[in-house]
Design a protein around this ligand. Structure first.
Ligand SMILES: [Zn+2]
Length: 149
């Protein structure tokens, strides 16, 4: 799979190096592993370099920080009171980039699941959410829209 990386994308990907094994992501990895799911990590050849990828289900999972990725309605998605224009531009860019990644993944037949950082504090609910999404992905994997590469 050939991926075209703009310089901006590449530098963003590079900025993520070193922040791989963050707490919330480890929570998601351990949970899925315990549930019997197997996955790949940080597929750099896929849009947005998803944190976890389940090729068999054609599912990409992003574990997002609520602040940076603007979890709607979340108490952690605050806006700093200084340099407000800087922050609102920054947030708008992050949201647009997340959306673009999700769109590109969908074009390739991949489903995107976002796990918010705050959701990793509620293990029971998180397990339910992920298992429901993955079951649904498994059901739809044979459908034509999911079959193309
Ligand atoms: Zn949140």
């Amino acid at each position: 799979m050939v991926d075209r990386l703009t310089p901006q994308r590449r530098s963003w990907l590079m900025s993520r190096v070193g922040r791989k094994d963050t707490g919330p992501e480890m929570v998601v990895r351990r949970l899925l592993f315990r549930e019997g799911y197997r996955f790949r990590l940080h597929r750099k050849d896929m849009p947005g370099s998803p944190d976890l990828v389940l090729p068999r289900y054609r599912v990409a999972i992003f574990v997002h920080g609520c602040f940076w990725h603007r979890h709607a309605g979340c108490s952690k998605a605050t806006t700093p009171k200084t340099r407000m224009e800087f922050w609102s531009n920054k947030f708008a860019q992050n949201i647009a980039r997340d959306k673009a990644n999700e769109d590109q993944l969908a074009e390739r037949g991949w489903r995107t699941i976002v796990v918010w950082e705050c959701e990793t504090k509620e293990m029971g609910e998180l397990r339910e959410k992920l298992c429901a999404e993955l079951e649904d992905a498994k059901r739809t994997i044979g459908e034509p829209h999911a079959a193309r590469r």
